[in-house]
Design a protein around this ligand. Structure first.
Ligand SMILES: *[C@@H]1O[C@H](CO)[C@@H](O)[C@H](O)[C@H]1NC(C)=O
Ligand SMILES: *[C@@H]1O[C@H](CO)[C@@H](O)[C@H](O)[C@H]1NC(C)=O
Ligand SMILES: *[C@@H]1O[C@H](CO)[C@@H](O)[C@H](O)[C@H]1NC(C)=O
Ligand SMILES: *[C@@H]1O[C@H](CO)[C@@H](O)[C@H](O)[C@H]1NC(C)=O
Length: 485
């Protein structure tokens, strides 16, 4: 009797232990990189939890440690007003993303076919369009000339600009306009200066002298859909936390139009000389990294400038690096050599010699070539079987009706890059929620129109990753990290 009692107790203990070990395993979301399936909790989605969440748009103070600055990063939507209609918000973002892709691909194409690298390359805060900016979702706050400026973060463009007083045409922004006449650290850039003469490729406009002001260095950036920023270039003191960058070249925008959604301007983190990364390379060594938070009003991520000291990151898997592949036609974009994609451990047919792919902070949905997408869809449907399918929406055509499910087990998606680097897509980066009641949940991957187009790794798949850009060594690194600040 005694023995069987203690045996029972022992077995119970063992069971409990096993249960907890199992729980711990499924909770260490990205830690176990070999896991072929991951659990997605449908009840934990933001619209289930906090329809009336108060949006906190006050940024915490930057953290500075050993010359590395970390800025808190938030999703723009939640700072430009409460999201009252989730469904509309989710759907609009997709439509804008499709338009953005067209302008991006046509730019890549024209760059490749024109052979005129000078004109298209470095240039133009470019290609972007107001429609694109709708999808550029992440913002940080820096101090320019001693005043807080909340900027949209973009790895796909170079010039940093803010709206400037006196303003001929400015959209509504939340912070007061930047006023150069009120800043003792502001210096106008003369249009005859060597710096200005060297800039046309970075601004996409050659008629720099003029603009009714013959002495200042004008810039003009036109976007595909009619959005633009125009003004003069100037020098100003930029504070990234306690780190001071004197004579930072930026655009003082006197005439700006587009869907910039309450932000004071844009931060360009591309590869050209004019980008913030290049201008601060003596301080940060050309290294920056980000962690893009998952969707939700309270979610925070981080943008870190500099990177020698990895203890700033909270990555839960080792950082694996791949080479930035230079594309002479588009030198200011970050291209990588994608060598493989797996779903639940099953390899899809990425060509043996790899595929040139763009990694972008501004595109939402990852785009695959038609043949790879077809394989992706087929394999995913095979492994994620037994669920009711749902109609497609916009660019997404692999959809399910998961109404009524509390959680689902979904196959793990991994990307591999040259040099054995890998990126495991976070469990929240696999499905896009077209309908907030889960009756239309789609694979957050889409097909390109043609086999010869460049694949794009979108920001939806980069959530909860530490993505490290090292311009000095020309590498990009990935590690799983539950984002926070
Ligand atoms: C100029 O700066 C001072 C001190 O920073 C401030 O009090 C004043 O409001 C500013 N004026 C304008 C027009 O921005
Ligand atoms: C022209 O540039 C000067 C500084 O070089 C500036 O003070 C002035 O406001 C500018 N005028 C216009 C119309 O932009
Ligand atoms: C991409 O990587 C593969 C495998 O390492 C290699 O064979 C191929 O040459 C690379 N492609 C480019 C464009 O560097
Ligand atoms: C989704 O599934 C639920 C439960 O099976 C069902 O009641 C509902 O009608 C479905 N919705 C759509 C749009 O198919």
């Amino acid at each position: 009797m005694e023995i069987s009692k203690s045996l029972c107790f022992f077995l119970l203990l063992l069971l409990l232990l096993l249960f907890f070990v199992d729980e711990a395993r499924s909770d260490a979301i990205n830690g176990d990189s070999e896991k072929l399936h991951r659990l997605l909790h449908l009840q934990k989605l933001p619209w289930k939890q906090q329809e009336e969440a108060v949006v906190n748009c006050i940024f915490q103070k930057p953290r500075v440690r050993e010359g590395i600055t970390t800025l808190e990063m938030k999703e723009r939507d939640y700072c430009s007003g409460k999201v009252t209609d989730w469904q509309n918000n989710l759907q609009n973002r997709l439509i804008f993303d499709a338009i953005r892709l067209q302008s991006l691909q046509s730019r890549i194409k024209s760059a490749i076919f024109s052979g005129d690298t000078h004109q298209i390359s470095d240039s133009q805060i470019p290609l972007s369009s107001g429609t694109r900016l709708q999808t550029l979702n992440y913002i940080v706050t820096v101090a320019l000339g001693g005043r807080d400026s909340t900027l949209i973060v973009d790895t796909g463009s170079d010039l940093t600009w803010v709206q400037c007083r006196p303003c001929r045409l400015c959209y509504n922004q939340q912070e007061p306009l930047f006023d150069p006449s009120n800043s003792s650290s502001f210096l106008s850039l003369s249009c005859n200066s060597p710096t200005c003469l060297a800039l046309p490729p970075a601004t996409g406009n050659s008629g720099l002298c003029g603009n009714g002001n013959s002495s200042s260095c004008g810039y003009e950036i036109n976007y595909g859909d009619g959005s633009y920023s125009r003004g003069e270039l100037g020098f100003e003191r930029l504070n990234l936390g306690e780190i001071v960058i004197d004579n930072f070249i930026f655009g003082c925008g006197r005439n700006n139009k587009g869907l910039f959604g309450g932000a004071s301007g844009l931060m360009g983190l591309g590869r050209s000389k004019l980008s913030l990364v290049s201008q601060t390379s003596s301080v940060f060594d050309g290294i920056f990294s980000y962690c893009l938070p998952s969707t939700g009003a309270g979610a925070s991520g981080s943008l870190t400038m500099g990177g020698g000291d990895f203890s700033n990151y909270r990555n839960v898997s080792p950082i694996s690096y791949t080479r930035m592949v230079s594309n002479p036609q588009m030198p200011n974009f970050y291209f990588l050599n994608l060598t493989g994609i797996t779903i639940g451990g099953v390899n899809l047919g990425v060509p043996n010699n790899g595929a040139l792919s763009l990694i972008d902070s501004g595109t939402v949905i990852t785009r695959l070539t038609p043949s790879i997408y077809r394989a992706f869809k087929a394999e995913f449907e095979k492994q994620f079987s037994g669920f009711q399918t749902a109609p497609g929406f916009s660019i997404l055509n692999t959809c399910f009706n998961l109404t009524g499910f509390k959680e689902v087990n979904i196959p793990t998606v991994k990307f591999f890059f040259e040099g054995n680097a890998e990126m495991t897509v976070d469990v929240e980066g696999v499905f896009y929620f077209v309908k907030s009641d889960a009756s239309q949940i789609c694979l957050a991957f889409a097909s390109l129109g043609y086999e010869d187009q460049s694949m794009i790794i979108g920001n939806y798949q980069q959530k909860n990753q530490r993505v490290v850009y090292n311009s000095k060594e020309s590498t990009v690194g990935f590690a799983a990290e539950p984002c926070g600040f």
